[in-house]
Design a protein around this ligand. Structure first.
Ligand code: SF4
Ligand code: SF4
Length: 93
């Protein structure tokens, strides 16, 4: 599934995301975009993942600009589905 790019400091659980768009609105760095899923991508989802995607029109949030993430954590806090996890890659030692 092409939901997340491997280099992203963020991960969106595709089975948890319901495509509400809150993360897109709240992100100050335009890291996310809403994408329409292909039939193949929908078929890879869990039963509940498929139900969620149908309600919002077969769309889910995707990490498209991971390099722009400033790791503020706003998206993690705002996601009502707890679908987003943030790996603090930019933390200094
Ligand atoms: S806020 Fe959460 S549920 Fe809503 S689109 Fe973003 S990842 Fe998906
Ligand atoms: S941590 Fe902040 S900058 Fe990074 S994707 Fe989430 S809201 Fe955007």
């Amino acid at each position: 599934m092409k939901i997340n790019k491997p280099s992203a400091p963020l991960n969106i659980n595709p089975n948890a995301c319901d495509g509400c768009g809150v993360c897109i609105d709240i992100c100050p760095a335009q890291v996310f975009e809403m994408v329409e899923l292909s039939k193949e991508e929908i078929n890879e989802l869990s039963f509940f993942g498929r139900l969620k995607v149908r309600i919002k029109g077969n769309v889910k949030s995707q990490v498209v600009h991971p390099e722009s993430c400033i790791e503020c954590g706003k998206c993690v806090s705002a996601c009502h589905e707890r679908a987003i996890s943030l790996h603090r890659l930019k933390q200094s030692a």
